[in-house]
Design a protein around this ligand. Sequence first.
Ligand code: CO8
Length: 271
Amino acid sequence: MAMTDVVVEKKDHVAVVKIEHMKAMNALSTDMYSQLEEAFGQVAAMEDVYCVVLTGSSVINKKGKEVQSFVAGADISEMSKLTVEEGKQFGNNSNRVCWMIENFKRPVIAAINGFCLGGGVELAMSCDIRICSENATFGQPEVGLGITPGCGGTQRLARFVGLGKAKEILYTARANYSAQDALDMGLVNYVYPIESLMDEAMKLANEIAAQAPIAVSLVKEAVNVGYQTDLNSALKFEGNCFAQCFATEDQKYAMEHFLARSKDPKEFKNK
Ligand code: CO8
């Protein structure tokens, strides 16, 4: 499979995965989900990438106007023809990609640059942190298309925005929640002008990438595991993560760096 619509770029310790379908508002077809999976597979093989930014591109609409889109959902043309069995397969494919991102060993920041609808919200919710541009719009329009969300919309959304708000979003199919709405409901952490979105995403990613990578990965795992289990089991899991850090060179280096009152910037080895 040639990767033409999902582009991977590496800048120091950060990888940028850009959805650049250039048509259908970056909608996710089976092929697009496969390309995303392949892109994250490529990034996983980059040992010195410590943080990832996932974003979309500008696309051309029917009126020939260039607009920004993260992902305007799963591909409605493809979904329109699916049988029940094929629907299950489509759901499995998209869930596999979202699961891969949610459990990716490095943090993934969604830099939401425009339309973020249906499967787009679901994809963004599988990332660790979401930031967006002022022009971004959000929604889960599935029930207006006769379907339910199939990739975490009925599950992750309520965890972010609370049960009542999630049900409003899911039942009304409204596709015009603004960036400010997303900020107010806790779906995104920050809103920026579109011109500075990627700079801000890279700043955040570099800030994360400058920390001890193994510790950051273990924090991600501990938060994710703990969020889905009871507090006592979660605390045990955290304790194991904490203990594992003492087997790393980076822990020894960072604590010596502190105790020596070193002014040198820290350089972790991911070891
Ligand atoms: N699927 C397929 N094509 C799309 C999609 C989409 N999701 N979104 C836009 N397009 C196409 C348009 O049909 C149009 O195609 P063409 O140029 O061939 O006519 C092209 O993209 C440009 O779009 P518009 O001209 O409509 O652009 P506008 O700027 O006027 O409007 C919108 C942009 C508001 C994004 C509008 O295109 C729209 O409403 N799109 C559909 C949004 C939507 O309903 N998304 C949810 C889809 S359902 C879903 O995601 C279910 C997820 C299930 C999880 C995964 C499986 C389990």
